[in-house]
Design a protein around this ligand. Structure first.
Ligand code: HAM
Length: 438
């Protein structure tokens, strides 16, 4: 039997409805905050993600799915959305001097990681990216939009952790101090950190193995090495977050796994142990040089990405149900071949009028068809037998009130539309028929 690749999963119909709803909520929130959707390819040229030899992030060095296409071009399945979005921003000249461009995307990302709960090889991200002059207000716009999404989902059991990596000058000062400090204590570091010391000493600070190591705990803090510009930028971000009442914790050890960040970095964690180390639902920060490094103009960016899979796991764990039960407006029960042939045309006409409906396509017994109507949670059951067909009538049962009426078939559509609008269907509150009644 063929099975799905390791680290991937199927989304079955019941779960697909939850995903669709999550996507709807995301689009609403993006619309509120004026982020516009961009859709970029799932694979990009290898160089989009492997920009320089010095990149020490795990994602770039160990986790990308790289392949040669049939024309011998080196390609990479996107491991994240930021680089592809920047590539599209530059290639399509979406920039306007001194203006801000705000984009969002949803889609699958691919990383060759060790799979576990909340960590997959194919996973879904929702990302926001904003390009424009380096304003701390834009950092806050990004973070507050993430918080708005969580609120819209009814989910607030989260902790925002924030830090700054400063600008290039501040980071270089800090880097030298850190190399000096860790070099003196190198024997006390784990083997991964020993390697990080050369390429990216800042990453030692968020090592999961050395987390409790006093050498890390006592390490110099970036806040002592920030130049005035970097200090002012970060303080303004915190001040604005305070003003809009978004709670956060400043974590001097938060440095993020990707190499393109500068100034503000942040993570939003789910405050529960169920996802273990995979409890970061959303992460992001400012990247002042990435647009320039990818060949574009000198325009800074700031953004974030949610792991949508993790977000849904966390919602399920909190028993937050974002969808209503599946339902149909009507289910047609037929008795005899002529009735089912006629019924097919009937439900086609109802569907064209915006009424969700279905029927049994097999020669199922009356009992089995009633059961199907029940399983589909139909608001109305329509019953068509030979007698009714001859008289061009149909029996209509309202499954909420249990009331049953016999109507001329020609009246059916109007009757259903009127009653669905008046008696609010549990999917839409009655609005789903606005179009057909206008
Ligand atoms: P990231 O931290 O690599 O950042 O990923 C963002 C989020 O994607 C994580 O916090 C997590 O929720 C989810 N995620 C990452 N890897 C996996 C995985 N293997 N399985 C399930 N979920 C995962 C970025 O990707 C940056 N592009 C974020 C960004 C946007 N920064 C600026 N703009």
């Amino acid at each position: 039997m063929l099975t799905k690749p390791k680290g991937t999963y199927d989304i079955l119909p019941n779960e697909a409805r939850i995903w669709a709803k999550l996507e709807t909520v995301i689009r609403k929130v993006c619309n509120l905050a004026n982020y516009e959707e961009i859709r970029t390819p799932i694979f990009e040229a290898y160089e989009t993600f492997h920009r320089n030899e010095d990149d020490s992030s795990d994602m770039v060095t160990k986790e990308t799915y790289d392949f040669l296409d049939r024309g011998d071009r080196k390609m990479t399945l996107r491991p994240e959305g930021t680089a592809g979005c920047v590539r599209a921003f530059i290639e399509n000249k979406l920039y306007v001097l001194n203006k801000v461009t705000k984009l969002f995307y949803l889609g699958p990302m691919f990383r060759y990681e060790r799979p576990q709960k909340g960590r997959y090889r194919q996973f879904m991200q929702f990302g926001l990216e904003a390009y424009g002059p380096k304003s701390p207000l834009l950092d806050v716009d990004i973070i507050s939009t993430a918080v708005m999404l969580l609120k819209a989902l009814g989910f607030m059991k989260v902790r925002v952790r924030i830090n700054t990596l400063g600008d290039k000058e501040s980071r270089n000062n800090y880097r030298n101090v850190l190399v000096d400090y860790f070099s003196k204590n190198i024997d006390l570091l784990c083997s991964d950190c020993k390697q990080r010391l050369e390429k990216n000493p800042l990453r030692i600070l968020d090592c999961k193995i050395d987390k409790e190591n006093v050498i890390l705990k006592n390490a110099p803090k970036i806040s002592d090495y920030l130049n005035d510009d970097s200090k002012t930028h970060f303080n303004k971000v915190l001040e604005e977050l305070d003003k809009i009442n978004i709670k956060y914790v400043v974590d001097p050890h938060l440095v993020r796994g990707l190499d393109y960040y500068s100034d503000t970095v942040f993570e939003i964690e789910y405050e529960s142990d169920v996802l273990g180390n995979q409890n970061v639902l959303c992460a992001g920060g400012r990247y002042n040089d990435l647009v320039k490094d990818l060949g574009g103009p000198d325009i800074p960016g700031v953004g974030l990405a949610f792991g949508m899979d993790r977000l849904l796991l966390a919602l399920a764990n909190e028993n937050i149900n974002i969808i209503k039960p599946k339902m149909l407006h009507a289910y047609l029960i037929t008795l005899g071949n002529d009735c089912s042939d006629y019924g097919l045309k009937l439900i086609y006409d109802l569907r064209l009028a915006g009424i969700t409906c279905d029927m049994s396509y097999t020669k199922a017994s009356l009992k089995a068809q009633f059961k199907e109507a029940d399983n589909n949670n139909s608001l109305f059951t329509l019953i068509l037998g030979e007698d009714e067909l001859n008289k061009q009538t149909i029996n209509v049962k309202n499954n909420q009130t249990k009331e049953q009426v016999t109507l001329n078939i020609s009246e059916l559509k109007g009757y259903l539309i009127k009653n669905l609008t008046q008696n609010s269907c549990h999917n839409c509150g009655g609005n789903c028929h606005e179009k057909s009644t206008n």
